[in-house]
Design a binder for this molecule. Sequence first.
Ligand SMILES: NC(=O)c1ccc[n+]([C@@H]2O[C@H](COP(=O)([O-])OP(=O)(O)OC[C@H]3O[C@@H](n4cnc5c(N)ncnc54)[C@H](O)[C@@H]3O)[C@@H](O)[C@H]2O)c1
Length: 358
Amino acid sequence: MPKEYAIAVIPGDGIGPEVVREGLRVLERVASIEGFRARTTMYPFGADHYLKTQEILPDRAFSEIGEQDAILLGAIGDPRIEVGLLEFGIIAKLRFDLDLYVNLRPVKLYAEHLCPLKDKKPADVDFVVVRENTEDAYAGMRGFFKKGTPDEVATQEIIFTRKGVERVIRYAFELARRRGGRKKLTLVDKANAVRAMDLWTRVFAEVGREYPDVSRDHAYIDAATMWCVKNPEWFDTVVTSNMFGDILTDLAAMIQGGLGIAASGNIHPGRVSLFEPIHGSAPKYAGKDVANPLAAIMAVSMMLDYLGQSRAAARIEESVAELLRSKQIPSLGSDSGLSTSRIGQLVLESVEQPRVPA
Ligand SMILES: NC(=O)c1ccc[n+]([C@@H]2O[C@H](COP(=O)([O-])OP(=O)(O)OC[C@H]3O[C@@H](n4cnc5c(N)ncnc54)[C@H](O)[C@@H]3O)[C@@H](O)[C@H]2O)c1
């Protein structure tokens, strides 16, 4: 019997359904080539469903989703709905309540012409960011006092726990070791000003002693953004907090060519985990068949790697890389001259080619 994986799919809003559709076509094709099965269950959550039913993500569906092997998400967010309502109710709920404590963001330039930085080549932009995904200012401890008056006070607490910091740092050391190559882990923080980050400094040093083969490096977040543009080749594996990771990974997406290629995994090792393009719902492109589906397709590749289908994952990644290198897909925005479905079709045809795994 071929191995079967249960995948919960939440296409979501805007361009989400269009890019996820292409991701699923690729998933089905590589599954049949590599000899496994993906059993998908579609969930309608997002703006249209909310407007029809007032449901955001009901408990019953949440538990059902949590019992699958993995989750594939398109994008959530719609201008008809109050800012943040669905983003928090769906994305943040899945991240927090499934305790998906690692946000994994590979930053890889597949073809030189996609990089906005002068003289940087694919070998110069090849690192991975491990962003803590369940704490920091995102934990939701906030409040307004005297709201709407000239004396208003707004607070939002930054929360770091010993457990939360340690487990994500340990994951990053393991990853730096597994990636081979330079075996270097950079801690990005702001411990000079945000003194609560001293916890990160201490835990990084302590856990690091268990990984003598991984060299330890450090950069403050302000400097890290500069290095990301000036010398991205200095990074191998990066570990950082939720908010700094949020910002750094969008900057990093641009040096790998743009939001049209950047994918991420929201991971709790050994448990159901969620994979998604990092872009949002881009409402202006919704339904126009112009959004680039490569980020969603790369999210499928990351999901398969997580599920242990590394050959299938590499087959997708190498196909995408080859289509970009050869300029059959010339750019990553909506200006490629290719429709969403045409790009999906090119990847489908490319994954059929026999390849040496990347
Ligand atoms: N994980 C998520 O679901 C997620 C992430 C970010 C934003 N959002 C939500 O998405 C909505 C729109 O947010 P935004 O406009 O700030 O960000 P966005 O990522 O949706 O779009 C920003 C711009 O990037 C370009 N772009 C993004 N993805 C593209 C693609 N696949 N192909 C071609 N061009 C692409 C478009 O020019 C777009 O206008 C908001 O409601 C926001 O809250 C959701």
